[in-house]
Design a protein around this ligand. Structure first.
Ligand code: DGL
Length: 267
């Protein structure tokens, strides 16, 4: 038995395409419908209540597009709205926090893990909770890095200004002796090169996009929701406002190809 319905992926904007890239690489026969809330991005500085309200609206739009599973490709939404989405919607819902936390625990040798993300993600303490749920002795050093998202959206992926800011944000975590760093924002995989350049190779970077894609694969297999192996998966992108320059930055950096972007009206 196979299930040709698309995987529904949503994010506050375009950063979630890093999760789409990981899904395309891992599950090329699955179709994906991606919904980015470019009309209301960024979610990072907003309150939990507002982000929850937006998340329900986006999830409802994806159910109307016949999604077989909901992938919350946004750390901010995953941090504050995942349990609520799981109770409100009947299909499986997967976020980025749990898979990232699991991968960080596997990677860390000294049990001291760093987490970076938006203000809302760090304020929620969601990574600490997920990490401590598995290992009560783990030490977690977290830091909100609100200026990284705008730099990424400007395409400054290989730039002195970005390197300096990374150093400034991450120095306290390095001084704390972390050996693993969770990139707790779906924009951040685009800075993997820059962060490695600044930190060196001693600190293992955990990318929530790749780990989320593996969790989706596992869940589709367990629940017999896989598309047929010979299926050619398609990627459809819908945005709630006109795409800006960041779409080109992400498309080029991720080497993703998709057709025309659809404009999705908000309720
Ligand atoms: N995609 C969001 C995240 O992963 C970051 C962008 C935003 O602030 O909306 O947290």
């Amino acid at each position: 038995m196979s299930d040709p319905r698309p995987i529904g992926v949503f994010d506050s904007g375009i950063g979630g395409l890093t999760v789409v890239k990981a899904l395309r690489d891992l599950l090329p026969n699955e179709s994906i419908v991606y919904l980015g809330d470019t009309a209301r991005v960024p979610y990072g500085p907003k309150s939990a209540e507002t982000v929850q309200r937006y998340a329900i609206e986006l999830a409802e739009l994806l159910t109307r597009r016949n999604a077989k599973v909901l992938v919350v490709a946004c750390n901010t939404v995953s941090s504050v709205a995942l349990p609520m989405l799981m109770t409100k919607f009947s299909m499986p819902v997967i976020g980025v926090i749990e898979p990232g936390a699991r991968a960080a625990l596997q990677a860390s040798r000294n049990r001291h893990i760093g987490v970076i993300g938006t203000r809302a993600t760090i304020r929620s303490g969601a990574y600490e909770k997920a990490l401590r749920a598995t290992d009560n002795n783990v030490r977690v050093s977290s830091r909100a890095c609100p200026l990284l998202v705008p730099l990424i959206e400007e395409g400054l992926l290989e730039d002195d200004v970005t390197d300096q800011l990374i150093l400034r944000y991450l120095q306290p975590l390095v001084a704390d002796d972390i050996d693993t760093l969770v990139l707790g924002c779906t924009h951040y995989p685009l800075l993997t090169n820059a962060i490695t350049r600044v930190l060196g190779l001693q600190i293992t970077l955990v990318d929530s996009a790749q780990n989320c894609a593996r969790a989706v694969e596992e869940m589709l297999n367990q629940q017999s929701l896989r598309a047929a192996p010979q299926n050619r998966g398609e990627l459809h992108v819908a945005l709630t406002d006109a795409a800006d320059n960041f779409l080109n930055v992400a498309r080029d950096a991720l080497q993703l190809s998709f057709g025309e972007i659809e404009l999705q009206a908000l309720p």
